[in-house]
Design a protein around this ligand. Sequence first.
Ligand SMILES: C[S@@+](CC[C@H](N)C(=O)[O-])C[C@H]1O[C@@H](n2cnc3c(N)ncnc32)[C@H](O)[C@@H]1O
Length: 315
Amino acid sequence: MTTNPSPEAPTSRHIPILVEPILEFLIEPFRNWQGEGPVWFVDATLGGGGHTRQILDALQKISPEGRCKVLAVDQDQTAVDRARKRFEPEIQAGRLELMQARFGEIAEWVRNHSVVALLADLGFSSDQMDDRSRGLSFQSEGPLDMRLDPNQGQSCLDLLESISEEELEKILREFGEERFSRRIASAIIHRRNDFDLPKTPKDLSRLVVHAIPSFARHGRIHAATRSFQALRMAVNEEVSQLDRLLSRVIIEVVPSGRIGILTFHSVEDRLVKIRFKDGDDFKALTKKPLQASDEEVSRNPRSRSAKLRVAERLP
Ligand SMILES: C[S@@+](CC[C@H](N)C(=O)[O-])C[C@H]1O[C@@H](n2cnc3c(N)ncnc32)[C@H](O)[C@@H]1O
């Protein structure tokens, strides 16, 4: 099933996270970078363009002659189209290129350009959450889709139509860290057997809430949050995409180049930590992940669970 994203919003509501350390680790070291030709900074997760904006502004200061350029990538065509308008002057000036692609597809581009820094800020943007046609919010009465690129893979509803109960339980447990994964998986499959799968996120969130014991329904977060996170990660193959980024893409940055990865989930943070620690191609520059200050969390609650790890490519 393919859905068309809603018309674009004029501006982004997404607030970029941990901007200061990102600029300090990924931009500052290249202030006096020697070498021929243009150098590239890749923002692999353009989203609302918050980090791209900050990177462009910082590069303008250290390289006013325009030698430092940015490639900003997103799997979501709507995000790319919106950025094309927002960043028109930078695109015209040859300081920014945009690309609609998934992580697995950018390795060759990175290999063929002198990329000195790469940022990935995983997950979804506030704009995608607000877009009812995506079905990411449990209030939504739009389609039960959840794809960040509506042209890739299967929707959440298609996944629920075909998945086994065991596999669904595993997804809810591993990606959602949902303690009631078994009850929720069983309730969903029960409904499927009655030919009555939920058709909207709102229906699904009601089903999830009813599947868990009443004492656990009223916590700090909405009772369906973990299940929605798990299903979104499965629908968008987020772990295998990260695996591709870590195994195929980051290896293509130049020696002494830097990688910064912002994760929001323990499974993803663990993968990044292991990749930066093991082997002889990267040196971790952050022993422990950097996290948002209390002040940032109060300004932007989404930053609460963010973890930033940075590594340097060894020669
Ligand atoms: C958290 S948002 C990025 C927000 C952005 N840093 C900002 O400041 O506005 C994550 C974005 O990355 C994109 N994304 C996630 N996984 C991706 C993948 N495997 N390939 C390409 N884009 C991806 C999503 O579509 C989303 O727009």
